[in-house]
Design a protein around this ligand. Structure first.
Ligand SMILES: *Cc1c(COP(=O)(O)O)cnc(C)c1O
Length: 474
């Protein structure tokens, strides 16, 4: 026989797809998984077998065995149906980590959110009148109580809130903004572009580092709709600087009957300085300056779900509520249910700090962080202590609030720094990141560092389990 014929004869001994699907061993898979996916996986596995036979010049029987084949198909089905969006362990110490889902939500609220999710609710139904209601009626009173504002509403996120407010209050007219506040937040959200997207004309005033009241005053005219103030969340100008504060801006704008709109970004709901985390004005303080509208995120310092919270003067909020874009940016019922529970925590500030993970993590005392770092070091040491060239040391470091919140504030912490012979820091980082439950850690000075600030109780076990697996690889 020619080589080519021999090859054909060899491959022809591989069972066909139909034949495989009829095998008794395949029936459990066909019961558990959609038929289309099983067929696809069988084809892929068969192709892999063929490839191996050809590449290594083997006989089909040396590569193919039914039990191994079926196990391979099951493996591939499981992998394809595994959730893509999944839990990870955040060992970075960045509390409001936008890439890792920003604020973890309080588990205690899950039951109530589940009820709203899986049942009907009064989402847009006024139970007193028996008529249609507004979805944010359910949190408006709470938001007003917590911020001192006259009126409130919520939309999908803060970027949406800013766009909506500008569209409703400034379309076709001018928006004045300081050149020091024309920022990009990331994800292509640039304040000057949002102003234009909202249909308004941009009037820049001042300079990058210094803007004075007279700069604003000089450009006010009949076309001016409002003055926009933006929290420079993710950068800071230092040195020879001047900016006009909210209160002063409000006084100036009032002389021309103009509203000041403030994009606060993070939106701190309570004064955290007693816990050593300071520097941010609270939403209430900003409202008290007389600003017309304040917008902020639900999932930054508030510690809630993704949302854009809008609070302020009733007449302005009513205008915003009526704008058609509002419908496109509306908040969904799960978010609203979670937001209500999170906001309720703030009725008692001690409760908020204890129950909202974001606040609890940000305010962890240094001594507690040191205790946790030692606990983590102990767990790691127990698994890896015998490995050659192993070291795990507890040392001082820095955590960050993240999410553009308190960007420059360095929050002291205690870290565990890990080194293992034969693993570079980046190989270690990849090992922890590639686990079924990924552990995301930072590289610092050529070591892999874990920050206990953002670790939850059961995360310690996961890191320990990862170390056990690592030992097996050494
Ligand atoms: C984060 C941020 C935004 C965007 O808020 P999202 O909730 O992420 O949409 C807008 N403005 C400022 C100043 C911010 O810090």
């Amino acid at each position: 026989m020619k080589d080519k014929d021999k090859l054909q004869e060899n491959l022809s001994r591989l069972p066909a797809v139909d034949e495989l699907l009829r095998k008794a061993e395949m029936q459990p898979l066909l019961e558990c998984y959609p038929r289309g996916l099983v067929v696809e996986s069988v084809r892929l596995e068969l192709a892999a077998v063929k490839k191996k036979v050809l590449a290594e010049n083997l006989q089909v029987e040396e590569v193919f065995s039914l039990p191994v084949f079926v196990a391979g198909v099951e493996e591939s089905l499981k992998a394809r149906l595994a959730p893509r969006l999944k839990r990870v362990v955040n060992a970075t110490g960045v509390v409001i980590h936008t890439n890792l889902g920003r604020s973890p939500l309080p588990a205690a609220a899950l039951k109530r959110v589940g009820d709203i999710a899986c049942r009907y609710s009064n989402l847009e139904y006024n139970l007193e009148s028996g008529r249609r209601g507004l979805r944010y009626d359910n949190v408006e009173e709470l938001l007003c109580r917590l911020t001192g504002a006259e009126a409130a509403m919520v939309v999908n996120n803060n970027a949406g809130a800013v766009l909506l407010v500008l569209s409703a209050l400034a379309a076709g007219r001018e928006v004045i903004i300081s050149r020091g506040e024309m920022i990009e937040i990331g994800g292509a959200f640039r304040i000057p572009e949002v102003i234009v997207q909202g249909g308004a004309k941009l009037r820049e005033v001042g300079t990058t580092n210094r803007t004075h009241p007279a700069d604003y005053e000089r450009v006010i005219n009949e076309e001016t709709a409002l003055i926009l103030k933006v929290h420079t969340s993710n950068y800071r100008v230092s040195g020879f600087t001047a900016a006009v504060g909210s209160a002063e801006l409000v006084q100036l704008a009032a002389r021309f009957s103009l509203p000041v709109i403030e994009d606060l970004g993070s939106g701190c709901m309570m004064d955290l300085s007693a816990y050593g985390v300071g520097g941010e004005p609270t939403v209430r303080q900003v409202v008290e300056t007389g600003v017309g509208i304040v917008t902020f995120s639900g999932d930054k310092l508030v510690g809630g779900p993704q949302a854009g919270i809008v609070v302020g003067r009733r007449d302005l909020i009513e205008q915003v509520k009526r704008h058609p874009l509002n419908r496109a940016l509306r908040i969904d019922k799960l978010t609203l249910a979670f937001l209500e529970e999170v906001l309720k925590c703030y009725l008692d500030e001690k409760k908020a700090v204890a129950e909202l993970p974001t606040l609890a993590m940000l305010t962890l005392p240094l001594a507690e962080l040191r205790r946790r770092a030692n606990r983590l070091r102990g767990l790691i040491h127990r698994r890896l202590g015998s490995a050659a060239g192993f070291s795990a040391v507890v040392k001082e470091g820095i955590s960050r609030a993240g999410g553009g919140a308190l960007p420059m504030v360095e929050i002291p912490t205690w870290l565990v720094a890990l080194q293992v012979n034969g693993f570079s820091a980046s190989a270690l980082e990849r090992f922890f990141r590639s686990r079924p439950l990924p552990v995301i850690a930072r590289i610092l000075d050529d070591q892999l560092v874990f920050d206990p600030r953002t670790l939850m109780n059961d995360d310690y076990r996961e890191i320990a389990a990862a170390c056990e697996d690592l030992l097996r690889q050494l």
